[in-house]
Ligand binder design. Structure first.
Ligand code: PRP
Length: 190
């Protein structure tokens, strides 16, 4: 396998700048986890991570909940970006939840909300199944190009107006596994 040429010891080629370091992400995850646990009170909560992007966010947030919080973890797979850095505007459901959400306190976990169409679609889908409550939690809010009006109950960080990768976010399936959130060099898109 061909190795990426690093532009610095920590950064792969194409990464222009780290926007949020791993410790900043961890602090944001801990804060929203505490908010979710507070609002759940003593009731069980079902976390529904939206893959692939929310993979690491879901895993870290679930483990940041206090042990007394009765949390279950489920996933859906949805995609709208394909290989582009612009949304197709059409959300495709590639995998549904494993368990029924009917009557449950559901919190949707998204890595990023940009135009909002993915979260609008997922909210609509889960709301139609009559959960007891339905909230949305996003690690990274990008409020600059919103098309859909979506309620964000928990927000970890607000992104600058640029394309961000890392910590689950990809460009053409690359950069997802970076432990930080980073801005890509514009030349990557040429
Ligand atoms: C990304 C991200 C969100 C969605 C947000 O998913 O994980 O689910 O886009 O964008 P929006 O608010 O503009 O709809 P993507 O379609 O790239 O699939 P992925 O999670 O598999 O990377």
């Amino acid at each position: 396998m061909k190795a990426m040429t690093p532009s610095s010891p920590q950064r792969p080629a194409g990464v222009a700048e780290i926007v949020f370091e791993a410790d900043t992400i961890a602090a944001a995850v801990a804060r929203v986890a505490a908010e979710i646990a507070r609002d759940a009170a003593a009731e069980p909560v079902t976390l529904v991570g939206v893959l692939k992007g929310a993979l690491f966010f879901s895993a870290d947030l679930a483990r940041a909940l206090p042990p007394e919080c009765d949390a279950r973890l489920d996933f859906i797979v949805a995609s709208s970006y394909g290989d582009s850095h612009r949304s197709s505007g059409e959300v495709r459901l590639l995998k549904d939840t494993s368990e029924s959400v009917e009557g449950k306190n559901v919190v949707i976990l998204e890595d990023v909300v940009d135009n909002g169409l993915t979260l609008q679609y997922v909210r609509g889908l889960l709301a139609s199944r009559r959960p007891r409550s339905l909230r949305s939690c996003v690690l990274l809010d990008k409020p600059y190009r919103r098309v859909a009006t979506v309620a964000l109950d928990y927000v970890g960080l607000t992104a600058p107006d640029t394309f961000i990768v890392g910590y689950g976010l990809d460009y053409q399936e690359k950069y997802r596994t970076l432990p930080y959130l980073a801005r890509l060099d514009d030349r990557v898109f040429e």
